[in-house]
Design a protein around this ligand. Structure first.
Ligand SMILES: Cc1cc2nc3c(=O)[nH]c(=O)nc-3n(C[C@H](O)[C@H](O)[C@H](O)COP(=O)(O)O)c2cc1C
Length: 293
């Protein structure tokens, strides 16, 4: 990758540090002299999500070869549903307070409108609306990802994971998760921040009995509705696959988060009042769309 794929335009950078704060992958750092730069040791972790560029007021951040003209768009309207979809971002930096009951109720009500495969839903939602409660589980999750990192280095364990979970899951674990585990993304945590729930005060977990019909599909539709409803209310959210992965392997964690033992935790959502504003939208391309008429 060319060196200039990642750079900060120092002449215009205000050194506000928001790009560093929103980066999900520890790719950007604030140096001792207050300046902002890319961390050359972590460039391989860059997701190419464009969040650093979308929040930069002065258009001074350049990541993974992206540019403001081709890869972003100005958010001009946010009052109709399609514009709302375009302006949604995965928000990982929150104000330090849980969601108020009224906002939670509105999101719950939005989820209740999802279409579902079976005549009735089997998916249950557990909402932890307390940073303290979420924090109780963080050391266990951190420990789990540490262990997972060790398994992924062991060829025998890799074969078992492939057999039980399939090649696609093994590839995700190897290519996406392992580099982050090795860089300690999930190892360091404090009361205010952790690399798994990102310091959120609200965590929604979607789970159902292992043998219940179509619960995986239903849970993903529900979490999508929840994240869009949150955005419509000015609430930030990010879908988090790490929490269910740990929950399904740890009875202690299930006990703390009050998830029944025979339940499959499918997906989770962190939520909160966003700390920062995104100044532009990020263009996303679909892999392939074929219209046959
Ligand atoms: C199934 C699924 C699991 C995800 N898991 C995580 C996660 O564990 N942690 C995280 O920070 N983001 C997670 N994300 C969010 C993506 O990283 C995010 O969508 C991506 O960075 C694109 O950003 P955008 O939503 O702002 O376009 C997940 C997204 C999906 C769809």
């Amino acid at each position: 990758m060319p060196v200039n794929s990642f750079y900060i335009e120092k002449s215009t950078c205000s050194q506000c540090g928001i790009c560093e704060a929103v980066c999900p992958a520890l790719v950007i750092e604030k140096l001792d002299d207050g300046s902002i730069d890319f961390n050359s040791n972590n460039l391989d972790l860059c997701l190419g999500c464009g969040q650093c560029m979308a929040v930069c007021k002065t258009k001074s951040v350049f990541a993974k070869g992206m540019n403001y003209a081709d890869d972003f768009f100005e958010i001009t309207r946010a009052d109709d549903f399609l514009s709302l979809l375009e302006s949604r971002r995965s928000v990982r930096q929150f104000k330090h307070k849980p969601l108020c009951q009224e906002d939670l109720n509105k999101i719950i009500n939005a989820i209740s409108n999802v279409p579902h495969g079976d005549a009735h839903h089997n998916v249950e939602i557990t909402i932890l609306n307390s940073r303290e409660k979420i924090m109780e589980g963080i050391p266990l999750m951190s420990e789990f990802f540490d262990k997972l990192g060790k398994w992924l280095h062991n060829p025998f364990m890799r074969r078992i994971i492939k057999k039980r979970k399939g090649e696609a899951t093994l590839n995700t674990l190897k290519n996406h998760l392992l580099p982050r585990i090795e860089k300690g993304v999930y190892q360091n945590f404090s009361d205010d921040y952790d690399g798994i729930t990102r310091g959120a005060y609200t965590l929604m977990i979607f789970h159902a009995p292992y043998d219940s019909e179509e619960h995986v599909e239903d849970a993903f539709i529900m979490v999508s509705y929840a994240s869009i409803a949150a955005h419509a209310l000015g609430i930030g959210a990010t879908i988090v696959g790490l929490v269910p992965a740990a929950l399904n392997k740890s009875p202690e964690l299930r006990k703390i988060y009050e998830i029944p033992d025979k339940h499959n935790s499918v997906i989770s959502l962190i939520l909160g009042y966003p700390k920062y504003k995104y100044h532009r939208g990020i263009k996303r391309e679909l892999k392939s769309v074929k219209i046959i008429s």
